[in-house]
Design a protein around this ligand. Structure first.
Ligand SMILES: Nc1nc2c(ncn2[C@@H]2O[C@H](COP(=O)(O)OP(=O)(O)OP(=O)(O)O)[C@@H](O)[C@H]2O)c(=O)[nH]1
Ligand SMILES: [Mg+2]
Length: 323
């Protein structure tokens, strides 16, 4: 008990690299004078938590509410965004340098890359499946364009590595990562349910060796927060949040090993995501901060004018199947 109190106090202090759990009250709606009694007094609803409550920032400041709002606006679905730009099975068949900044999403099979990209792009444009090894080509999607065929940043959904994947793809992906000039950052997704595996550590080592800029995202954070999805509807406890923070604290020395390493380590912030738990409809846990990280990687952290487009109705969503 003593330990729990100690960690709750230390982790919720503003000096902590973890964002404060709870939202800044000045931005919330004033509660009614006689609110109904909370049936779960030990829990906080996801929408009452800060959008960065499950992240760990130790090198760079956590994004502000304005920056997150800017990122959400940038990625809001419109007539021209997102769109499928290209798909390729081999590095030599990828289109030549278009000059548009690219970010790639990698991870073991089934870590939730395609599902997360759908949440980021606000569209079911990537094919997600419970069967590992579903994504079989490198798929590029353009985002942020204000006219047909134009995009400001390209997001890549990569085939997974490890169990359920095909080893020959690894070589093509590494070729792409090493040679692609417009690649700004690779996001490596670690499955929050199963934890970091040997193959993840090997990939991290390779990224350091080849000086590929990278950042780690812990996916399926809902699995750390609750056993069942239905439990999330009534909110999360401080212990649930601390369980996420502990997971991230354990990962820190793995993504940034101390002592001599062969090359530059991962960025000093660990993000989390869930494609299943949302704070409000179309606001999935962790997605706003990941959108901001993509814009920062692409050099759009504030400099680009984001023209508001008429949002497309969610009914027009199509799910594209891979060939
Ligand atoms: N609980 C939970 N399940 C998720 C989440 N994201 C994805 N899933 C599930 O995990 C499975 C794999 O999702 P995908 O998005 O296809 O995973 P992937 O990493 O693209 O898989 P490959 O293309 O095979 O490498 C699906 O059954 C998803 O519904 C999440 O945040 N939480
Ligand atoms: Mg996939």
């Amino acid at each position: 008990m003593k330990n729990r109190l100690f960690s709750l106090t230390t982790l919720s202090q503003r000096k902590s690299p973890f964002p404060s759990f709870h939202r800044n009250l000045s931005t919330t709606v004033t509660p009614p004078s006689n609110p109904p009694p909370n049936p779960h007094p030990n829990k906080t609803l996801l929408q009452d938590l800060s959008p960065t409550a499950f992240n760990y920032y130790w090198e760079r400041p956590e994004p502000t509410e304005e920056q997150l709002a800017y990122a959400n606006k940038f990625f809001a679905r419109s007539r021209h965004s997102p769109f499928r730009v290209w798909s390729a099975a081999k590095f030599r068949t990828t289109p030549v340098d278009t000059g548009t900044p690219e970010v790639a999403f990698l991870g073991r099979s089934n870590t939730g890359k395609s599902s997360l990209l759908n949440c980021i792009m606000d569209d079911k444009i990537c094919y997600a499946s419970s069967k590992p090894g579903r994504t079989v080509t490198m798929n590029a999607f353009g985002v942020g364009g204000t006219k047909g065929g134009e995009s400001k940043v390209i997001l890549l959904d990569m085939p997974g590595y490890g169990k359920g994947s095909r080893t020959e793809w690894g070589q093509e992906i590494m070729k792409y990562l090493k040679k692609r000039k417009q690649l700004r950052r690779a996001f490596i997704m670690i499955d929050g349910e199963h934890g970091i595996k040997h193959s993840d550590k090997e990939i991290l080592e390779l990224f350091r060796r080849y000086a590929i800029p990278h950042q780690v995202i812990v996916s399926k954070v809902d699995k750390i927060l609750a056993k069942r999805k239905s439990q999330l509807l009534t909110g999360v406890t401080d212990e649930n949040i601390l369980a996420v923070h502990k997971t991230l604290e354990k990962l820190k020395p793995i993504v940034q090993p101390t002592g001599r390493t062969e090359g530059p380590p991962a960025l000093g912030e660990l993000l989390t995501s869930s494609s299943l738990a949302y704070r409000s409809p179309r606001d999935y846990v962790g997605v706003a901060a990941i959108r901001w990280a993509i814009l920062s990687a692409a050099g759009y952290d504030g400099a680009v004018e984001v023209k508001a487009e008429q949002p497309v109705s969610p009914d027009s969503t199509t799910s594209e199947e891979e060939p």
